[in-house]
Design a protein around this ligand. Structure first.
Ligand code: ADP
Ligand code: MG
Length: 238
């Protein structure tokens, strides 16, 4: 687990700046939702925290050090995407243990971590199945299992539920909440769904065109939106 801090982080693609000096401070163990309309820069910001995208200016701090020059693996973060990209020829257990195997973790330790994560995610009965034999929700749980077994300092989620139907989304939302209560890992959760953000997050950060419009608890944003954009986005009463 670790706190995460962004200090005046910027991102430009060529001459076009899409993230304009974002500063954020996320406490150890907190669950933050990063919300905003399509194209506002949520994925770009997340990818910069993950180390998948170079930052143009500013600092990303994880734990007590600047990680700007560290690789994604060295940052000890785990990312869950909407396209969970499980390996079709591997079992659930093999998919979940894959990253540990790459890292050279001994087999018995892999089995132990996979079993523990499977218990947490209610996947124990499914460990020998192939992804094709799972429902969409089960596949998303395997993707989360694959992230958890690495025992990361930080979880990054990029709209992990947006490919699921509405009913399953609500169910998975509560599973993610329960999971966070169990493992307590610092989490940054990107979504364009304000209800998801309101129900999951300790704090919400509203992004618009590469800038933070407001951040606060779900109640703060709902009761005291800083401007019309936030009010409209959060759905505050007019
Ligand atoms: P979101 O995840 O909030 O939908 P993104 O972070 O994907 O938004 O994109 C933010 C902005 O950056 C958009 O205007 C997008 O077109 C632009 N962008 C993203 N990736 C690239 C890229 N590789 N090259 C140029 N522009 C990009
Ligand atoms: Mg995105």
């Amino acid at each position: 687990m670790a706190p995460v801090e962004l200090r005046q982080v910027r991102k430009a693609y060529g001459a076009l700046e899409v993230i304009h000096g974002v500063s954020l401070s996320i406490e150890d163990g907190q669950f933050i939702a990063l919300v905003g309309p399509s194209g506002c820069g949520k994925s770009t910001l997340l990818r910069m925290i993950a180390g998948l995208e170079e930052i143009s200016a500013g600092d990303v701090i994880i734990g007590d050090g600047v990680v700007n020059d560290l690789t994604p693996r060295e940052r000890n973060i785990a990312m869950v995407f909407q396209s969970y990209a499980l390996y079709p020829h591997m079992t659930v257990a093999e998919n979940m243990g894959f990253n540990l195997r790459l890292a050279g973790t001994p087999k018995p330790a892999i089995a132990e971590r996979v079993n523990e994560a499977a218990r947490m995610l209610d996947l124990t009965a499914l460990l020998d199945r192939k992804p094709a034999q799972l429902s969409g929700g089960q596949r998303q749980r395997v993707a989360m299992g694959r992230a958890i077994v690495r025992n990361p300092a930080v979880f990054l989620f990029d709209e992990p539920l947006s490919n699921l139907d509405a009913k399953l989304r609500v169910q998975m939302r509560s599973e993610i909440k329960t999971l966070h209560q169990k493992v307590g890992t610092t989490s940054i959760y990107v979504t364009h769904d304000q209800i998801e953000a309101m129900t999951l997050a300790d704090r919400i950060v509203v992004l618009n065109q590469g800038r933070v419009e407001q951040e606060g608890t779900p109640m703060d944003l709902y009761r005291k939106p800083a401007n019309l954009f936030v009010a409209a986005f959060i759905g505050s009463p007019a």
